[in-house]
Write a protein that binds this ligand. Structure first.
Ligand SMILES: N[C@@H]1[C@@H](O)[C@H](O)[C@@H](COP(=O)(O)O)O[C@@H]1O
Length: 238
């Protein structure tokens, strides 16, 4: 049976605490592999985890995506983001992020698919792009996709340019886990905060399930929890 649990909180800080609680519960229930995301959305969840007594030293983490061409020490890379936002405080036994420094896409893809197959994800946290992307799976990505190289859409480049000094500096390509890889996680936690996400949350959770809105596939996941603040939930029919 499809089970979608929507939790509405006052603000992003409360959302972060709720998110961290879901991580703790999963760990207590035996979760070993955590799928992690970047972007501004999960930051308060990582802060709450960092401040907690949770121990990931026997856990594995697998990140959704990485820009192609950025080294792990580049402050805009997702490697760097994870290090600064979570791993410096809560190290995992092993942490995987796609190797953005390796321009041999076929090799990166093979390696990452193998990592996901041999470490099935117990809990995957997700943010959502304003065009409905999850990871870097842009609109039109097949639902049966595994890890792949992505040409980023102009809207994603523009949205993510706030982290760079100019849109020209945003890499044009990324490696991303595919939609099938994400859907393979035993449990999914989707977070969205702020008015800018209200329309896409409505489309993703209550609109048709279509490859034009990648996150709409989550309606078919058997164990989905959604944490929203009031602004992001404002268009939903509840
Ligand atoms: N690849 C990431 C996504 O994983 C993330 O969900 C999205 C939304 O970012 P934000 O949380 O900053 O709104 O941004 C990037 O494109």
């Amino acid at each position: 049976m499809i089970k979608m649990r929507i939790i509405i909180v006052k603000n992003i800080e409360a959302g972060g605490k709720k998110g961290a609680q879901i991580f703790s519960e999963a760990l207590a229930n035996g979760a070993k592999v955590f799928g992690l995301a970047t972007g501004s959305t999960p930051v308060t969840t990582y802060q709450a985890l960092a401040a907690s007594d949770i121990d990931f030293s026997n856990s594995v983490s697998i990140n959704l995506d990485e820009y192609v061409g950025l080294t792990p020490d580049n402050s805009q890379s997702y490697h760097y983001f994870m290090q600064k936002n979570l791993f410096d405080f809560k190290p995992f036994k092993k942490s995987y992020v796609p190797d953005g420094n390796n321009l041999d896409a076929a090799e990166v893809i093979d390696q990452y698919n193998h990592i996901i197959e041999t470490n099935p994800i117990d809990l995957q946290i997700l943010g959502i792009g304003q065009n409905g992307h999850i990871g870097f799976n842009e609109p039109g990505t097949p639902f049966d996709s595994e890890t792949h190289e992505v040409a980023l859409s102009q809207s994603t480049i523009n949205a993510n340019s706030r982290f760079f000094s100019s849109p020209e500096e945003v890499p044009q390509k990324a490696y991303s886990m595919g939609i099938a890889s994400i859907m393979g996680a035993k449990q999914i936690l989707l977070e969205a905060f702020g008015e800018k996400k209200a329309q896409i949350i409505k489309d993703a959770l209550q609109g048709p399930v279509t490859e034009d809105v990648p996150a709409s596939v989550l309606q078919q996941h058997p164990d989905l929890t959604v944490i929203l603040d009031e602004a992001a939930a404002s268009q939903l029919e509840l």
